[in-house]
Design a protein around this ligand. Structure first.
Ligand SMILES: [Zn+2]
Ligand SMILES: [Zn+2]
Length: 354
């Protein structure tokens, strides 16, 4: 019988054996190899992100398809895959899709469930069921462990899909050399965003208020030209200006998970630059100078889930040293310990295959 790590109430994980869920005609059953723990899982675990419980969390995973529904190509069985997390009208093949799916923005599907997050049991389990259309084949050369990063790398890529990094000389970008990207907050998401930005050809500066985070990030941050402390905000602003010809960064990615991040981002970005909002603190931004955002013609750009095919290519091209991001690996039976460890390590994996 498949085993699941079920969150029954905040900070309480129960390991349960349950009969396999019956497959719909367009669904696939995946034997999970590895699942990763991300900030969203942590927020759900602690109760900071309130979702209906009980829930099997986990949305970053790799595995092998072991069974498909009657209307799905049987050739999928045996394939190594990852899967997108939004279960949408299009993914389910619904005859009468919602307005968002009709307009081809299915990640904003009005009837979506989200794997391991919203109304859909996730991958902290020996097996998981997904719409087959959400599965992406893994090429040789991307291991099961590396593939856990496809979902978060896709989300990191989406930061720059929503507002391109710019061509030479366009819209205030540097005339000589690549654009400047400041990653504000160098936790597990910030480090991936830094890696992706560097892979896309940017010069990256990491900024954090937390001396602990800066120290922890140091060995994992070959992607940054410098790690700058914002313990004193004025010093951080002066340092970023000094490095960017006095103008500020072309792109500031806010990944602090703090409502204070936006105000500092606004001080670090150049005129006509972009503030990319990436973390989800869930609270109103505080003391941000909106007048300055208007005067400096700043673009505010949110972004969430990203393109899986590009993320798979990015990982396969070895543009990121993912091994350096992996901390501890825990068996499924120790999911609670994995979640506790994830508060301290960039990426914790759960080994789900029995
Ligand atoms: Zn995540
Ligand atoms: Zn829809």
């Amino acid at each position: 019988m498949p085993t699941h790590a079920v969150l029954t109430s905040p900070r309480r994980i129960e390991i349960q054996d349950r009969p396999p869920r019956p497959l719909g005609p367009r669904e696939a059953r995946i034997a999970v190899a590895f699942a990763g723990v991300c900030g969203t899982d942590l927020a759900i675990y602690k109760g900071d992100y309130a979702v209906p419980l009980p829930l099997v969390p986990g949305h970053e995973f790799s595995g092998r398809i072991v069974e498909v529904g009657a209307e799905t190509a049987p050739e999928w069985v045996g394939c190594r895959v990852v899967a997108e997390i939004n279960n949408t009208c299009l993914a389910r093949g619904e005859a009468d899709p919602c307005e968002a799916c009709r307009r081809r923005i299915p990640r904003h599907c009005q009837r979506r469930t989200v794997l391991g997050i919203v109304a859909c049991d996730g991958a902290f389990a020996t097996e998981v069921v997904v719409p087959a259309a959400n599965a992406h084949l893994l090429p040789q050369g991307v291991s099961d462990r590396e593939a856990v990063f496809v979902e978060p790398v896709a989300a990191a890529l989406q930061t720059f899909e929503m507002g391109p990094l710019g061509r030479r000389g366009a819209e205030g970008f540097p005339l000589n050399g690549p654009p400047w990207v400041v990653v504000l907050g160098v936790g597990r998401l910030g480090l991936l965003v830094a890696a992706v930005a560097k892979g896309l050809g940017a010069r990256v500066l990491g900024v954090s208020r937390s001396p602990d985070k800066l120290e922890r990030a140091a060995p994992y941050a070959p992607y940054c030209e410098a790690l700058v402390s914002a313990a004193n905000e004025d010093h951080a602003v002066a340092e970023i200006r000094r490095r960017t010809g006095g103008l500020g960064a072309d792109y500031v990615v806010e990944s602090t998970a703090s409502p204070r991040g936006l105000a500092l981002a606004a001080r670090l970005v150049r005129p006509r630059g972009t503030i990319a909002l990436k973390s989800t603190p869930g609270l109103p931004a505080c003391k941000t100078d909106l007048t300055q955002l208007v005067v400096d013609e700043i673009r505010l750009q949110g972004s969430r889930c990203g393109p899986f095919p590009e993320a798979i290519r990015f990982i396969r091209a070895r543009k990121i040293d993912l091994a350096s991001l992996i901390g501890s690996i825990h068996p499924l039976a120790e999911t609670a310990a994995a979640l506790e460890a994830a508060a301290r390590e960039p990426k914790v994996l759960i080994q789900c295959a029995s």
